[in-house]
Design a protein around this ligand. Structure first.
Ligand code: F6R
Length: 600
């Protein structure tokens, strides 16, 4: 989603720093880019629709500057075009902004009454107008920012340049991440630490309703009343976002193949013995677990629901964060709310978390990015060790989430005496030797490529399953949709004949996994029903089935239900990947999508 970079230096070298930062943030998804810098006392603004590369080409050759701000935009208000791209300049104010100004329409009318005219459809231009209005009124930047924070509803991480103030960048933050990096005679601003990691590891985190003034050798941060704050300088421990693709053609492929390592790394502290397993938080006092997340992370929650309910006899509900926020949540002290997020910045998940925190109920998180907003807000965090995930479509973060949730469910089942010690030890051994079961699934590439050849020209594809396999169908279908742009639907296998089977015609591809011995035969019967109507079925299973009615049977090794989802999702991930590749799609950066969804 939108990205921000800014810097002020004692040297005239900031343009490459801004471009480097924007390039690092590219993986988050964006549709236009822009930057603004001071050259010989004049403010230059360059903007483009499209990629940072095009922006780079637009900047006048040999331009030098000591102060500037830059942005990648993911459109929310107004079309994707150059006018709506950031920075926006109104009067004395030039800003880049992440987030959404919710009351921008009301503010726009008020500002128009005061004589302001706007060129773009963007809410950000209104924010610039409002800042300009207060600055002209108060002639004091602190008062201007404080008043702005009082009047604006919504989310914002703003980086601002002020006319006749050639040495300071101002920042304002609420509900959208923003950090300030400390360098040597050079300071930085970014929406995400990796954007400036090439230059510094040391940074301050801005919290909601804080604002800052940054010069080349001074960083001052204030609360909303204008009191100066003593903030803790942090050192970034994560890896750089621009990790190498190595020999892989796409980050997505690389990340799929990394899963063998990332799963192991994530569960490693808990799988050597039952004692290690019991270092996970004790959830036995809770009568209900609520899991709240978005997209793929929510799909990981569905896997956890199955495991918690079936094996630890703990009621578990899963909610989409965007819905949860506006529901009656029936919380009490016996409910634990678990939040799952790769980025740790998803706006809906963060808002839902804040709702639970305001009521003082217990929260636990499964988060990939350390020190992210969600991680910082939670009572307790368990980190997935997936490393930086660059491809927009989540793969290794998802399997790390389900691996961590699986051991958490396993430890709860053991603590509640719902599972025998011998069985727990066997499952822990399966986790320790996951190499042996996961590598054959990863290496079955020819099969996935052949399936991709059969489906890449189709318009509609179905994914079905029961129980855990239904949750996996949802994730498999999402992966295919987001990167190959083929429409697909996930259905509970038994539900198809209650309406949707009317869409099955000759050669409609239907994918299913059948990995649960109690309900396998039912799913297979549902597949036979669609085969009778002409569908071409692809089945993932650990069962020894030979049946020529299926177009393809993908075998996975027999493992416990705690590991099965991990093995089953990999064929779905790779089929989606090879299908998108055959269609020539932009696999790592699918259209309209963003890696970190920081708006609601
Ligand atoms: C799909 C995907 C998204 C994310 C969702 C939540 O491949 O990546 O559906 O899972 O946007 O993001 P996080 O996990 O960062 O909260």
């Amino acid at each position: 989603m939108c990205g921000i970079v800014g810097t002020v230096s004692d040297k005239n070298n900031i343009i490459p720093i801004l471009l480097d930062g924007l390039k690092t943030l590219e993986y988050r998804g964006y549709d236009s880019a822009g930057l603004s810098y001071l050259k010989d006392g004049n403010l230059i603004i360059n903007k483009v629709e499209g990629r940072v590369k095009a922006l780079e080409q637009k900047i006048e050759k040999n331009s030098i500057s000591h102060i500037g701000i830059a942005h990648t935009r993911w459109a929310t208000h107004g079309k994707v075009n150059e006018i709506n791209a950031h920075p926006h300049q109104v009067g004395k104010i030039t800003i880049v902004h992440n987030g959404i100004i919710e009351n921008y329409n009301k503010l726009k009318h008020k500002l128009k009454d005061k004589g302001y005219n706007f060129k773009s459809e963007s809410d950000t231009e209104i924010a610039a107008g409002l800042l300009d209005y207060y600055f002209k009124k108060y002639e004091n930047i602190d008062k201007t920012i404080q008043k702005f924070m009082k009047k604006v509803d919504g989310s914002y991480a703003i980086c601002m340049l002020l006319e006749n103030d050639p040495n300071t960048i101002y920042v304002i933050k609420k509900d959208s991440p923003l950090i300030i990096g400390q360098g040597k005679n050079e300071n930085y601003i970014a929406s995400d630490v990796p954007a400036i990691l090439k230059y510094t590891k040391n940074y301050y985190i801005l919290e909601d309703y804080e604002y800052g003034k940054i010069t080349k050798n001074n960083i001052k941060i204030y609360d909303k009343e204008g009191n100066i704050l003593k903030k803790q300088l942090k050192e970034y421990k994560g890896s750089s976002a621009t990790s190498d693709k190595g020999t892989y053609e796409h980050y997505m492929l690389k990340e799929i193949f990394e899963q063998n390592t990332t799963i192991r790394k994530t569960v490693n502290p808990y799988i050597n013995s039952i004692n290690d397993l019991l270092t996970l938080p004790d959830l036995t006092k809770y009568e209900r677990i609520d899991i709240i997340a978005c997209g793929t992370a929510m799909h990981a929650g569905l896997i956890a629901k199955y495991l918690f309910e079936q094996y630890s006899n703990t009621k578990c509900e899963v909610f989409l964060a965007s819905e949860y926020r506006y529901q009656n949540n029936f919380l009490n002290n016996k409910v634990l709310s678990i939040f799952i997020s790769q980025s740790g910045e998803t706006a809906d998940t963060l808002a839902a978390l804040k709702k639970v925190k305001e009521k003082n109920y217990d929260t636990l998180g499964i988060v990939n990015v350390k020190e992210s907003s969600i991680a910082r807000t939670l009572d307790k965090v368990l980190y997935t060790e997936a490393g930086t995930e660059i491809a927009v479509a989540s793969t290794k973060a998802y399997t790390a989430q389900i691996a961590l949730l699986s051991v958490l469910a396993l430890s709860t089942a053991y603590r509640k005496k719902q599972i025998k010690e011998e069985k727990v030890n066997k499952i822990l051994e399966e986790f320790r030797s996951i190499n042996q079961t996961i590598i054959p699934v990863l290496e079955n590439i020819k099969t996935y490529e052949n399936i991709a050849k059969e489906i890449y020209q189709k318009n509609d594809i179905f994914y079905i399953g029961r129980g855990l396999d239904y949750a996996l169908a949802m994730e498999g279908s999402l992966k295919l949709k987001e990167i190959s742009y083929i429409h697909s639907e996930a259905y509970a296998a038994g539900e198809l004949k209650h309406g949707t089977i009317s869409l099955i015609t000759k050669d409609t591809p239907v994918f299913a996994s059948a990995t649960n011995k109690i309900i396998n035969s039912k799913t297979i019967s549902n597949l036979k029903e669609v085969i009778s109507r002409g569908a071409k079925c692809y089945l993932i299973t650990d069962k020894d089935i030979e049946d020529e009615n299926f177009k393809q049977i993908i075998k996975i090794k027999k493992v416990s239900m705690f590991l099965k989802p991990i093995l089953t999702i990999i064929p779905y991930q790779l089929i989606a990947y090879y299908t998108a590749k055959l269609k020539g799609c932009d696999i790592d950066k699918p259209r309209n999508l963003a890696k970190s969804v920081t708006v609601e």
